[in-house]
Design a protein around this ligand. Structure first.
Ligand SMILES: NC(=O)c1ccc[n+]([C@@H]2O[C@H](COP(=O)([O-])OP(=O)(O)OC[C@H]3O[C@@H](n4cnc5c(N)ncnc54)[C@H](OP(=O)(O)O)[C@@H]3O)[C@@H](O)[C@H]2O)c1
Length: 300
């Protein structure tokens, strides 16, 4: 199969592209800087600077991961616009590719798997959250709502669309864990605020497997929560990580410190949702790393 990936150079995308190549697929990557990212992708990946650059070799499947990093900078109004616009623009490139293919009478891809995030649900307190749960309207929800809605023109062309609302992706060498590990290794880790907020998480290999599962399963479409079946609170996450590292975690960071330091972005650390992968499990997907203990033991 020929698979086009936006954001293939990222933390999730790199592992996904390795898996796709290992399974014998032909991989096309859209990157803003094809030359720079070549060395982090498997040889044989065709890397170009726009989706439309692949018009002569139409993909069978699309995977949409690109977007400005959510935790890179404080959420100024300008940064919030960049977070939304980068994701909508990457998705619109896929819309433009499909429209062009349609206009040329070339075959359309069979499926689009498009990333979204747990932020879709916003702050949900202690409530169990499935794909059916109504969102809390806040910036994270608006971001994901616009991102997801940008896929609609592709669905309207008859392409199957699956959206993955991704939890915190865990693996060594990137993502949030890379930022958390140094203080925890020094014994300086601790919970954020009350620690009662939920942190849905997923091992990167399970996320990649779930994306490939959604590509394969022709009957599946709509939104899927992409997180492990056993989410934990921030306090439990902190304890589990400290235990795996054999270090204490006795330095909680008070909520007011995070709010003062990070502004609105502190919501990423202080609020959450007890998100469950109800639809993936109902579809028969099995997680290799269902519990945090198992995932962290493998990673660390
Ligand atoms: N990692 C997580 O814990 C997590 C959790 C929930 C949701 N997600 C979502 O899942 C997707 C993949 O996650 P990830 O961790 O692999 O992300 P990542 O490492 O930040 O990579 C995303 C890719 O998007 C491209 N990109 C970055 N800034 C961009 C911009 N301003 N405009 C257009 N493209 C840009 C980059 O590719 P080029 O430089 O090659 O263009 C980058 O490699 C992201 O959209 C993320 O929001 C991730």
């Amino acid at each position: 199969m020929r698979v086009l990936v936006t954001g293939g150079s990222g933390f999730v995308g790199q592992r996904l592209c390795q898996q796709l190549v290992a399974q014998g697929h032909e991989v096309q990557v859209v990157s803003r800087s094809p030359h720079k990212v070549r060395e982090c992708l498997p040889s044989g990946c065709d890397i170009r600077d726009s989706a439309q650059a692949f018009i002569e070799s139409p993909p069978d499947a699309l995977i949409n991961l690109a977007g400005e990093s959510i935790a890179a900078k404080r959420w100024s109004n300008e940064q919030k616009e960049k977070l939304v616009d980068s994701r909508v623009a990457a998705t619109q490139q896929l819309v433009a590719l499909c429209e062009q293919l349609n206009a040329n009478g070339q075959p359309l891809p069979k499926v689009l798997v498009s990333a979204s995030a747990m932020g879709y649900y916003g702050d949900q307190g202690k409530r169990v959250v499935t794909e059916e749960t109504a969102p809390n309207d806040e910036f994270a929800h608006q971001l994901c709502k616009h991102w997801e809605a940008a896929t609609q023109p592709i669905e309207a062309m008859g392409v199957r669309v699956a959206i993955v609302r991704i939890g915190l992706v865990l693996e060594a060498g990137g993502g949030s864990l890379q930022k958390m590990l140094p203080p925890f290794k020094l014994g300086l880790g601790g919970r954020f605020g009350s620690g009662e907020q939920f942190m849905p998480w997923i091992h990167r290999d399970d996320l990649v497997a779930a994306i490939l599962f959604l590509i394969d399963q022709e009957s599946l479409s709509g939104a899927f929560n992409g997180s492990a079946p056993h989410p934990v609170t921030n306090a439990i996450f902190t304890k589990t990580l400290a235990k795996q590292l054999n270090r204490p975690a006795i330095f909680p960071v008070p909520a007011f410190v995070l709010k003062a330091g990070l502004g609105e972005m502190s919501q990423l650390l202080l609020t959450g949702a007890d998100m469950r992968p109800a639809r993936l499990e109902a579809a028969g997907f099995t997680f290799q790393y269902p519990t945090l203990d198992k995932a962290l033991a493998a990673i660390l």
